[in-house]
Ligand binder design. Sequence first.
Ligand code: G6P
Length: 595
Amino acid sequence: MCGIVGYFGFRRADEVLVSALKRLEYRGYDSWGIAIKTSKNKIVVYKRTGAIGDISEFELCDGCVGIGHTRWATHGKPSNVNAHPHTDCEGNIAVVHNGIISNFQRLRERLEGEGHNFASETDTEVIPHLIEKYCKEGLDYENAVMNTIKDLEGSYAFVSIKGDEDIMIACRYKSPLILGIGDGDFFFASDVTAILEYTNRVIYLEDGDIVIVSRDGYRIINGGVKVERSIETVPWSLREAEKGGYEHFMLKEIHENPRVIEDTLIEYLRGDEISIDVSFAVGVSDIVFVACGSSYHASLVGKYVIESLADIPVRVEYASEFNYHDSPLSRSLVIGITQSGETADTLEALRKAKRFGAKTLAITNVLGSTVTRIVDYVLYTRAGPEISVCATKTFIAQLMVLYIIALKLSTMPKSELRDFLDKLRRLPNKVRSILDEEASIRETAESLSNYENLMYIGRAIGYPIALEGALKMKEISYIHAEGYPAGELKHGPFALLGKSMPIIACVIRDNTYDIMLSNVKEVKARESPVIAIADKEDIEVEKFVDEVIRVPAVDAILTPVTYSVALQLLAYYTARKRGCEIDKPRHLAKSVTVE
Ligand code: G6P
């Protein structure tokens, strides 16, 4: 959840690190810190709680080697002391770490028994102390780090510097870490957006990699032997990771939805041919989706779409639940959806799927992310970097890939397929027209902003739309919002209905239409204000509700795209009216790398 960076070169390290950390802030941000090796070979550490800000109080910043960290607390509350970097007893070795050292308590007790004094409550602090211990026992810095990682259990990406050594050492095991290759300088980062300003040439490090960067270049060692890793050119530009005139990244990213849909279609369609290799589906009896958050909601849409178009049984599980029971999977295809490619529960679910003999496929937005090394097959979404914590364009991109998979697996006649593809191609313009009319959604949002509770309801494919709409609303506006299958309301939630509990009803003109309208009448009868989201050709719905958010008409199966974009805007403008932070909601992080 934390973000780490390292810089080794000729520029002022403090400036590089702070700018890189600002770009990583979305990974976690209750505190931050940097450590610089000064020209006098001293390590100076500056760390504090709160957002990454100016470094004016930090005087000794003339070094060109340093490490930085933005923290999302796991072990120990957010505080200056618990913020990284952490150092050894003498303050000569500094470390930033992302991950969890699961055996830290035992290691700490052992080290304390040997006279090491600890300053923080963190698991990370054992790392500099272990390096110090091995150095004192006579090993050189590099070998001391190698010995240290033999002691560590859990997951880590860490970068370490030592005052009296002109090298930087980084290690990766089960937490993301890349090495950026600049022009005479080197960067480490949890993800590429942090360093795009300086270089787009990166190495995606593998588990077990130890990188030693010196004035002569870099070496990568794995399992005690030197290894070569290919240098990739990142296709993202810095511009894509900037706000581009929008007030928030979230709004910019919602506005990128039409482009994202187009890019996905360009990627996976060659005329009317779908250009994905579906060998992952050969011989499978069923599909199981594992995912978290918005990716879980995309999976629920995937179930509906694949079962309707391709006639294969599909189930969907929260990755965090899937990991705790045995599952018959030997003939299954397990699909993990994860925009970041780093969500710990999803990674673990896919590892389990492999252990149980399933074929595995990942749908992810991040090239070289950890998930891509775990699974048998990968399909990329083409959303570009998503900075706002709240998933918007990556969710829409996931839906697009799911339509493509379902169509490829379906046996529908060619003419029907062509028709469907035409409808997909029309989606970008449909979404553009929603964006063109965002002012009316904004008005509705502003009228919602004084409520503290909202209920989103839907049926069939409308149910995951309701769940995702409610998730967007709660995570950025802090209004308590629930998504519910409309038919379940009578089994409890009815007790909550009344003037202070507006209902957002996802009304879709399919076989659920009449029953949804009955449900709407039932909640109206209990005095809940009702806002429907419905298509422009639905002339009935407005007779039964207080307000209608209109979207262009599409086939029911495509409503997750149009309705979700409108609900993204609804959440955005509600949060904005409430003065919320939006891109960095409290307590949340974009990439959840702890289970
Ligand atoms: C976090 C993010 C969500 C995301 C979820 C799953 O909670 O804030 O936006 O949906 O993680 O992330 P993933 O990267 O696996 O899709």
